[in-house]
Design a protein around this ligand. Structure first.
Ligand code: F6P
Length: 529
């Protein structure tokens, strides 16, 4: 049986790590004046500079060999063609089909899935245009002014992040709100500002069984009926994005307003499906299509570019170098763009829920590190929060800097300051501050790696390409680690036990450990049976 860590390439990478441990990234530039040109690439409206990495030419070649020797070509083809690659859940993984703008069919289990994808897109188009134009009326004939998405995890983070990122394209008379936390304070705060007659709720839940979402949706419906009147038409104010049509209809949603998608769309990969309804409402269906177009073009690049010029593959290999050979535990995501402030949270779920695994696709424990801890926040704020540790702390943290080049009219001075701050930081992380060649004990050691990812402009299309880029990066890493990036049994366990504990609030709780029993007793005092 193939063992990754015993492979010749893996062993060679280990040796290269030892051989290059004392290299300085800055010296790579001195030795190779072409380094920036050869270690950067453009795909559509995205430009990646990966030259500021602790990666020599020999290391890069070996990493590329690792990709060549992996099952990447085969598994990528399987994913795009609808083969069952989510083996533990016995499902294909077809978020790429949702943004497939090509002509041909896509056969899954003997059925072409493209007609139903087109049907679903058409349903989104009609509905989003009706709401945006004011043709869609609430129960007393008023047009919609506020849209509340109720969902959690993948049914929240993607549309939430995208609606914020694309705020400047938003319909001027529609406001968007996202309720995810089961903490009642979240929905209470949102509802307190709304008029039920002009509010549309989207219950976004793949399964229509997630406790947090159902509780929030019921609270929203109760609030609606209390304020709009007991006979007010729930169906005019509640729609759903779900694979569970029956449960959505039982909730009171009209059949034609259940926006369908399919089991083969993973939650964290679902913003391209009807889960993206808030995006279509915010930026219009054409804007939503542009986002799909950007992702589709990134898909085509991922499918066709050779590994050495393949942006997602390169980003995946760089990550693997730090995680598996340089001992990095985390990956920082620092967008120098306020509109992308939700991006770190989105990527956190995408990466950590996908690759937070310790068994391979055959269920055998792996003897190497897999997905990193992904975290971050916007620059320049981060500079005044956690950058100190990154500059001078004992941890080794590769950073992805992300920014868009085009300034907002009238804000050129801000944008220039934003971008120059980012470049200054990336430079400082690499070069540090050495005096006369000697390291001052209080100076910054430098030699800290980063990628810089520039968008020409933060448009729906470039956002789509950016998200698809990270999706494929995560996929490639999962393939090389030979893990299933598309299940989440740990999360399911938490969901199950939460259900069991809440059903036992007024019953005996001997089934739980002593700590849980003790804490449950304290909780119960506030919730008498
Ligand atoms: O976080 C785990 C998860 O299963 C995600 O994959 C999903 O996006 C989220 O829960 C919410 O699930 P649902 O969309 O079914 O409510």
């Amino acid at each position: 049986m193939f063992q990754l860590t015993r492979s010749i390439t893996w062993q060679a990478l280990r040796r290269l790590q030892a051989d290059t441990a004392n290299d300085r990234i800055a010296d790579y530039f001195a030795a190779d004046p072409q380094r920036f040109d050869t270690m950067s690439l453009r795909v559509g409206g995205l430009f990646l500079d990966y030259s500021k990495h602790h990666i020599s030419r020999a290391v890069l070649d070996k990493l590329l060999e690792l990709a060549d020797h992996s099952a990447l070509v085969q598994r990528r083809a399987q994913m795009f063609s609808g083969d069952i690659i989510n083996v533990t859940e016995d499902r294909p993984v077809l978020h790429t089909a949702l943004r497939n703008l090509g002509e041909g069919p896509l056969w899954v289990d003997g059925q072409d899935v493209m007609p139903e994808i087109h049907r679903s897109r058409e349903q989104l188009r009609r509905f989003s245009e009706a709401v945006r134009s004011g043709e869609w009326k609430g129960h007393d004939g008023q047009r919609i002014k506020d849209v509340v998405n109720i969902g959690i995890g993948g049914s929240d983070l993607g549309p939430n992040m995208a609606c914020r990122a694309l705020l400047k394209y938003r319909h001027p008379e529609l406001n968007f709100h996202f309720v995810s936390n089961v903490d009642g304070a979240h929905i209470q705060k949102v509802l307190s500002r709304l008029d039920p007659a002009t509010t549309l709720f989207i219950v976004s839940t793949k399964t229509f069984s997630t406790q947090e979402t159902l509780l929030n949706a019921k609270t929203a419906r109760r609030w609606f009926l209390e304020h709009a009147g007991p006979d007010a038409d729930v169906g005019a104010h509640f729609v759903a994005a779900s694979t569970n049509r029956q449960a959505a209809m039982e909730f009171g949603i009209r059949e034609e307003n259940v926006f369908e998608f399919w089991a083969w769309v993973g939650g964290r990969y679902s913003m391209w499906s009807s889960i993206g309804l808030p995006i279509a409402l915010a930026v219009g269906f054409d804007g939503f299509l542009e986002m799909l177009q950007g992702a589709y073009e990134m898909d085509q690049h991922f499918l066709t570019a050779p590994n050495e010029a393949n942006m997602p593959v390169l980003m995946a290999l760089i990550g693997i170098w730090y995680i598996n050979f340089q001992g990095a535990e985390t990956q920082a995501i620092v967008p120098y763009d306020q509109a992308l402030h939700q991006l770190p949270a989105f990527l956190q779920q995408l990466d950590m829920e996908s690759n937070g695994k310790s068994v391979d696709i055959f269920g055998r424990p792996v003897d190497y590190k897999t997905g990193p801890i992904v975290w971050g926040q916007t620059g320049s704020n981060g500079q005044h929060a956690f950058f100190q540790l990154l500059h001078q702390g004992t941890r080794y943290v590769p950073i992805d800097f992300i920014a868009s080049l085009k300034p907002e009219p009238g804000m050129e001075d801000h944008h220039f300051a934003l971008l120059t701050n980012m470049l200054a930081q990336a430079n400082a992380f690499m070069e540090g501050s050495q005096k006369g060649g000697e390291l001052d004990p209080y100076s910054c050691p430098g030699n800290r790696p980063s990628s810089t990812l520039l968008l020409d402009e933060l448009t729906p299309k470039n956002l789509g390409a950016l998200i698809a880029l990270y999706e494929h990066k995560v996929f490639v890493q999962g393939v090389i680690w030979n893990i299933n990036s598309f299940d989440q049994w740990g999360v399911q366990l938490g969901k199950r036990i939460a259900g069991e504990i809440s059903s036992r609030l007024d019953a005996h709780s001997q089934d739980f450990d002593a700590s849980t029993q003790g804490l449950l007793k304290l909780v119960r005092e506030h919730f008498p049976a």
